[in-house]
Design a protein around this ligand. Structure first.
Ligand code: NOJ
Length: 777
């Protein structure tokens, strides 16, 4: 991939944009000239698919010369079919709209047969015969469902994550799809927000790496190959910062936080060649994202050089009216197009108003043409002008869906995603001579819950392997599993004890209890925010009674968010967080419980003790009164009266059936300057007696900056497999650019000074002994 450097070197990153007013002035007493000049230039990536193509230009020029304004607006319109509803409005006229040339793209329609049928309407029954683009929310698998995205992220295994996206693309493209609305690369730091389940968690560095892996997996090396699909980086931008974790709520964050926390995974997606972007529902700095010229044009195209097209989220142009930003839909459409939107998802605002806006002169035809060209170019690059039906191939569909190797990959990724949070006295893995396992809880034998939300065309009823099925299929000879639900996760069942007696009777007869608890599959995902992170329904009450039986209790959590399971942590013997593990989830859970797989997942998001600690993330600031300054319980330090400051489980945390020792860190040099680098290494040894995988994590702390810096930042990680007794030296190389941030004058660069660095099994400096190095002029 060719890279160019954009000469922003001496300029603040905002140069040339229309919202310069948001640029922060230097702090009092600090002239901008005090700030060293180590600016890191913005790299602009040109993906292979964006290479100049004169033949394409000629074809599109000719076509556009024949298009009326109505034809053009049609290309900017994306409508849902009636197969599925993923938003508040439906339009039952999409087939007529296609025939009338009023639609350029369709979502929520798949299968080779149905996409072929709709494509035929566009190609054979419209005047210009322009092929449709078919999109869909293929988020963590298409038919074969992998763990929810947050679960995949917990694997910290980029090859596994890429593989999941690759399989998704193979299945989706075999069903006529060209385009997925994934990856969601929103940083999510508020467990109340239901959409934490859809992203890669709270961290900027991990999030950026995962964004790249997913784009690679979907798009492959060749966008025009019929087994790859266009990826979409969404939701641009800062959607994860919704106030109070309430979905669609207002976002109010600083420009610095936007740039340092929320934007980097989007930039990483651009660098990996992502073909499309989706706007967010929220506002940023008072402007709805779908109307933000700053985000969609100045940053995305101007600074980053994005070459693909921008689609809105579902009716988000229309929503600029209730936001109070647009007086009416016509104005909203003009503002969105002008800001840089190319395609209107489901709102029909462009469809109903854009032609009039052009004839009124409130929007220029050139703006419409620019967007139309971007859409047509992508259709051309997919090969749809050469053969509109090339993805709709029934024979390939037959051979591809639920391929055995795909199911095997889903099982493997699922077990890699699971995080062992507690394992007192080596309760897990279960001994081969365990007699009777009591599997209790609403998630023990529930097919619909296994695949979580946004499970695309995944079958919820028959295919998913439940915990009961998986455990029965994989239990060692002689181990028996009996199951009852016992409790309910429905909010309205809190207080009920229905089913408890039966569950307790089974528990008392058993040797060990596996409590399969958590949330119903649709309690996370879109429009699924909560104010409590507790186990919903009457699960907690049953859990307490199960523990009171005196039998060892293993809690297997199925959930799409961090739950506050502080009581469980103190009282049960073992906890495995299994997310929603997908089609093969039951087998994967069994692999971990019975020791066929040694758990290797690590948390990509902090688990708070209680919802009152939210927002809580590992890379917070120190404050002027850090708790360590006072005696335990001291007043006038930054703390709570009723809860410790630290979380229940840290970012990066997870146990193994093995144990790992870390040597002290060595640095290749005590300092580095411009153009230099430093290598930090540590030797990791498997000190246990089973083979295992460890996620070795590199953290740094920038001690003093022109603005305050986080107490720790992840700057590298590597997942390694070690046999018992085996050692491996892991090396991380850092350059000054890796330590860049948005400085006091809003330029992006690094600053000379002292840094602390440590290599550890999780976040938290106390897990390791830090070394220091200096960044020189
Ligand atoms: C709304 C969601 O926010 C978005 O993520 C999704 O891709 C669209 N609906 C389409 O279903």
């Amino acid at each position: 991939m060719a890279k160019q450097l954009l000469a922003f070197a001496a300029l603040p990153i905002l140069a040339g944009c229309t919202t310069v007013a948001t640029q922060a002035p230097p702090p009092a007493g600090h002239a901008a000239t005090d700030i060293p000049a180590h600016v890191v230039p913005v790299e602009r990536a040109q993906p292979a698919w964006a290479a100049p193509d004169p033949e394409m230009d000629r074809t599109i020029d000719e076509l556009m010369a024949r298009m009326t304004i109505e034809d053009k607006v049609g290309q900017l319109t994306l409508l849902t079919s009636d197969w599925e509803s993923t938003g508040p409005t439906m339009r039952d006229t999409y087939r007529q709209d296609i025939r009338a040339g009023r639609v350029g793209a369709i979502f929520n329609a798949y299968t080779a047969g149905y996409t072929r049928e709709l494509q035929r309407l566009a190609v054979e029954e419209t005047r210009l015969g322009i092929p449709l683009l078919f999109g869909y929310d293929v988020i963590h698998g298409h038919r074969t469902i992998f763990p929810i995205s947050l679960g995949e992220a917990a694997s910290w295994d980029l090859a596994a994550i890429e593989k999941a996206a690759r399989v998704s693309a193979q299945e989706a493209s075999a069903e006529g799809l060209h385009w997925t609305f994934s990856p969601m690369v929103d940083i999510a730091r508020d467990a109340r927000w239901g959409r934490v389940s859809e992203g890669a968690g709270e961290d900027v560095y991990l999030g950026a790496q995962i964004a790249r892996a997913r784009v690679r997996g979907y798009q492959g090396h060749d966008l025009g190959a019929t087994d790859t699909i266009l990826a979409t980086a969404k939701h641009f931008a800062a959607y994860g910062a919704a106030q109070a974790g309430r979905d669609y709520h207002t976002v109010d964050i600083s420009e610095r936080t936007l740039r340092d926390v929320y934007l980097p995974p989007f930039k990483a997606a651009v660098d990996e060649g992502v073909a499309s972007f989706m706007t967010a529902f929220n506002e940023y700095d008072g402007i709805p994202a779908s109307g933000s010229r700053y985000l969609l044009t100045d940053v995305l195209r101007g600074q980053w050089g994005f070459d693909g097209f921008v689609v809105t989220d579902y009716t988000s142009i229309n929503e600029m009216v209730p936001h109070g930003y647009s007086a009416d839909l016509a104005q909203a459409g003009e503002q969105a197009l002008d800001a840089g939107v190319d395609m209107d998802m489901q709102g029909a605002v462009f469809m109903d108003h854009l032609a009039q806006s052009v004839s009124d002169g409130t929007i220029e035809m050139a703006a419409v043409d620019r967007a139309v060209r971007r859409i047509l170019e992508m259709k051309y690059r997919l090969g749809l002008f050469a053969d509109p039906y090339r993805y709709a191939d029934e024979a390939r569909e037959q051979e591809t869906l639920y391929r055995p190797d795909f199911l095997e990959a889903a099982r493997d990724v699922a077990r890699r995603s699971m995080v062992l949070l507690k394992n007192e006295d080596d309760t897990l893995p279960l001994a081969a001579n365990t007699g009777l396992v009591a599997l209790i809880g609403p998630l023990g034998d529930s097919k619909p819950d296994m695949i979580g939300s946004w499970a695309a065309a995944g079958d919820r009823e028959a295919r998913p392997v439940t915990l009961l099925e998986g455990m029965r299929a994989n239990a060692p000879e002689g181990v028996r599993i009996e199951q009852v639900a016992g409790a309910s996760y429905r909010f309205e069942d809190e207080g009920s004890t229905e089913g408890f007696a039966e569950a307790l009777a089974l528990a008392r007869r058993s040797d060990v209890i596996v409590a399969a608890m958590g949330e119903r599959w649709d309690m996370t995902g879109e429009a699924a925010s909560r104010t409590s992170l507790d186990l919903p329904g009457n699960q907690q009450a049953l859990l307490e009674q199960l523990v009171a039986t005196g039998k060892p209790v293993i809690l297997v959590m199925l959930s799409g968010r961090p739950n506050s399971i502080t009581w469980a942590d103190e009282n049960v013997a073992a906890i495995l967080h299994a997310w929603y593990p997908g089609t093969m989830g039951g087998h994967a859970v069994a692999d971990v419980l019975f020791g066929a797989y040694n758990p290797s997942g690590r948390l990509p998001i902090t688990f708070p003790r209680t919802v009152g600690q939210v927002p809580i993330h590992y890379d917070m600031k120190n404050t002027g009164r850090p708790i360590e300054l006072g005696e335990p319980g001291a007043k006038y330090v930054s703390r709570y009266l009723d809860t410790p400051n630290d979380p229940l489980y840290r970012f990066g945390y997870g146990l193994s059936y093995s144990s790992f020792g870390y040597s002290p860190v060595t640095l290749s040099a005590p300092s580095m300057g411009a153009g230099g680098s430093i290598t930090a290494s540590a030797t990791i040894t498997n000190t246990g007696d089973v083979a295992g995988e460890e996620v070795v994590q590199l953290y740094v702390r920038d001690l003093v900056g022109s603005v305050t810096r986080p107490v720790q930042e992840l700057k590298g990680f590597e997942k390694i497999a070690l046999q018992p007794g085996e050692s491996r030296t892991v090396r991380f190389t850092l350059k000054p650019e890796d330590l860049a941030f948005t400085r006091a004058d809003m330029s992006h660069g690094w600053e000379p000074g002292e840094f602390r660095l440590w290599i550890a099994p999780s976040s938290g400096a106390e897990a390791a002994t830090p070394v220091t190095f200096t960044l020189t002029e």
